[in-house]
Design a protein around this ligand. Structure first.
Ligand SMILES: [Ca+2]
Ligand SMILES: [Ca+2]
Ligand SMILES: [Ca+2]
Length: 267
C-alpha cells in the first residue's frame, strides 16, 4: 500500500469475507498511513472497513467516503474531506506493530507470566436463549459446545430477541486489563463471528475468528474492576461453534482446553 504514496489511496474492507480485511488488514492500513503522514499528506490515505453487506457491494455508509476521494483527487475539489478511518477494531493496539519505525524503540509487549489472573467458563453451562443448541464433541472442553440454530445470521446488528442471547456471570480477582478469549471451532469466514459485550456496554462484533479445529481466539479486550460482571454473547454467523470462555490478563490467551471452569456443570 505504501508504494502508492504520494498518490491517494482509499482502502475498502469487508471483514465478513476472508481476505477482505480482518484485524491484520486494519493494522496494515494504520501502518501504511504512517508513510503518507511522514510526507505531510495524511489526507491522501484512508480506510473504511465495514461488515454486514454482500461481497463487492458498496453499502450506503461508504458512498460518501468514496465520493470524497474521487472529488478531491480526480475532480480537484480540495474542500472534500478525505479523513476516512472507519473500522470496528477499537480494541486493537495497532501502534505496537510499527512504533519502532516512528520512535526507534518497539513497545511490542513481553508477556508477563508471573502474575496472570484467569478464570474459565463452559459456555454450555451458561444461560442460553432457546435458539442456542448444545452439541457434544469429545474434543470440546466438558464434552460439549454451543452453536446457534442453522440459518440464523445477524451480521449488521446484534440480535434483539432474547432467544439468540447467552449470558455468563463471571468475576475477576483484581482490577486490570482483561482479554476475553473464546475456544471456538470456526470452519470458514462465513462461520466465524459473534456479538459480544460485558455488562452494559454496546455489542461489538468479534469477527474473523476462523480456526482449524478447536482453538482459542481473542474476542474482546477491556478494563474490568475487581468483582462480578456479566458476559453477553449474541449470534452473528451460523456455523460458529463456541466451547469455552477464558477471561485473562494474559495477552496471548489460554492453551489446550484451559483450566477447569468456574461454572462447571454436567452436560
Ligand atoms: Ca465472518
Ligand atoms: Ca455460516
Ligand atoms: Ca464446553
Amino acid at each position: 500500500m505504501a508504494l502508492v504514496a504520494p498518490r491517494a489511496l482509499l482502502v475498502l474492507g469487508n471483514p465478513d469475507y476472508e481476505w477482505l480485511a480482518d484485524e491484520s488488514g486494519y493494522v496494515s492500513c494504520r501502518a501504511a498511513h504512517e508513510v503518507w503522514k511522514t510526507f505531510g499528506i495524511g489526507d491522501r490515505f484512508g480506510f473504511s472497513i465495514v461488515g454486514g453487506h454482500g461481497h463487492c457491494r458498496l453499502p450506503d455508509s461508504q458512498k460518501p467516503e468514496v465520493e470524497a476521494f474521487v472529488n478531491k483527487f480526480l475532480l480537484g475539489d480540495t474542500s472534500a474531506n478525505t479523513e476516512v478511518q472507519t473500522h470496528s477494531f477499537d480494541k486493537v493496539n495497532h501502534r505496537q506493530w510499527y512504533d519502532g519505525w516512528l520512535t526507534g524503540t518497539s513497545t511490542f509487549p513481553v508477556p508477563d507470566t508471573s502474575n496472570i489472573a484467569s478464570s474459565f467458563y463452559e459456555v454450555e453451562c451458561g444461560t442460553r436463549g432457546s435458539d442456542w443448541v448444545t452439541h457434544h464433541d469429545n474434543e470440546a472442553s466438558n464434552g460439549a459446545y454451543v452453536a446457534i440454530r442453522d440459518g440464523l445470521n445477524s451480521t449488521a446488528d446484534a440480535p434483539e430477541n432474547a432467544k439468540g442471547i447467552l449470558t455468563i456471570p463471571f468475576s475477576v480477582a483484581r482490577t486490570d486489563t482483561y482479554y476475553v478469549f473464546g475456544r471456538v471451532n470456526c470452519a470458514s469466514a462465513d462461520d466465524d463471528s459473534f456479538w459480544i459485550k460485558v455488562d452494559n456496554a454496546d455489542f461489538n462484533p468479534a469477527n474473523g475468528l476462523r480456526t482449524t479445529g478447536w482453538d482459542w481466539v481473542k474476542m474482546d479486550k477491556l478494563t474490568l474492576t475487581k468483582g462480578n460482571h456479566t458476559l453477553t454473547i449474541g449470534y452473528r454467523e451460523d456455523g460458529a461453534q463456541l466451547d469455552k470462555i477464558g477471561i485473562t490478563t494474559y495477552l496471548y490467551g489460554p492453551s489446550d482446553r484451559g483450566e477447569k471452569a468456574v461454572n462447571h456443570c454436567e452436560d
